[in-house]
Design a protein around this ligand. Sequence first.
Ligand code: CAA
Length: 379
Amino acid sequence: MVSFGLTEEQQSLKEIAARFAVDKIRPVAAALDERSEFPSALIKEGHSLGLINLTLPAELGGSGLGLFDACLVIEEIAWGCSGFATSMVANDLALTPIRIGATEDQKKRFLEPVITSGQLASFCLTEPGAGSDAAGLQTTVEDGGDCWILNGSKQWITNAGHASQYTVFATHDRTKRAKGISCFVVPRSTPGIEVGHHENKMGQRCSDTCRVTFDNVRVPKDHLIGAQGEGFKIAMQTLDASRPLTAAIAVGIGRAALEHAVAYSKERKQFGNAISSFQGIQFMLADMATGVEASRMLTWRSAWLLDQGKTASIESSMAKRLSADTAMSVATDAVQIYGGYGYTKEYPVEKLMRDAKLLQIYEGTSQVQRIVIARELLK
Ligand code: CAA
């Protein structure tokens, strides 16, 4: 049976997230953006409401939600501020490799303390020279006898400045590309780790993005997640599961931009009439609304498939691709409808346009999503 209706539990979950977004996030979003300030206190509040670690197991302190339900929450939070939503989703992203690849004992040691105490974690895959080509990463791991030794740099790492634990992908042998990569849990307190400055980004400015450098970092042997050489697959499976959440962030931005544009078009008068009475504006609004709705449907479907235990690389890439590109075009059109006012910081839509741009870049660019989709089609 196909149903697009939400259960009572899903409605109330969505309402809790919406209330938090309306009461707590929206009122401070512009100021956090202006100051490029990480919302530590609000993140703690979100944690106490169960709005963080959404997809992590309830028995280890997570919210234990399926991806579909998590997407409902994340759309609301991103409607409030996508930088805030990114900070929240980054914890699921960082901890999912452990959920996927770790032993039960490792899950207890590496998930429960972080989740229950409200600490943050970071997913460390991308490097200065390896973004889209993730298998080309250069951070090395050597067998140091009683430990692993990590050397290299990770770039654009979300939450890095505030995280207590890193999930790091490193190679035993660069010539082996994907097959040489393993996954490790690295506590932030380990000697040899240096965290760079909070990047001064165009959008999503309240999310914390830093470089992390590993200089002869010694990691206990039992911090290896999964088998040696399995790290790349764990990373790809993690991204498959995370892309619907990122797509939901894009849907939240698109919806916010559409709502602002509809409201403003009814207020703004030109040629003696509200601009909403002009077909040129109506067609823009109609296309914006259609794009947001289509993005939400693909996002929900990819999340639902993953919740059924199905492989959904193609669907999550489609959801991420369409939602990100739609968020960008809808936010750009919202600025257009506001005209000159939309181009100023006095109105909310220029922030949405800056925020949306990042959706087309992080967690796999829109071009990488097309690579994943095309490969599956041509298999
Ligand atoms: N699930 C399971 N296994 C997978 C997989 C998946 N989804 N995708 C690939 N693999 C396996 C392949 O089967 C292959 O294994 P075998 O050789 O045993 O068959 C192995 O992994 C290597 O795969 P490929 O040959 O496809 O590897 P590639 O180098 O050609 O990868 C790519 C190409 C898909 C573009 C990949 O590099 C990619 O996804 N790049 C984008 C990386 C990305 O999204 N980075 C975002 C970082 S996170 C971030 O931005 C978050 C943040 O902090 C905001």
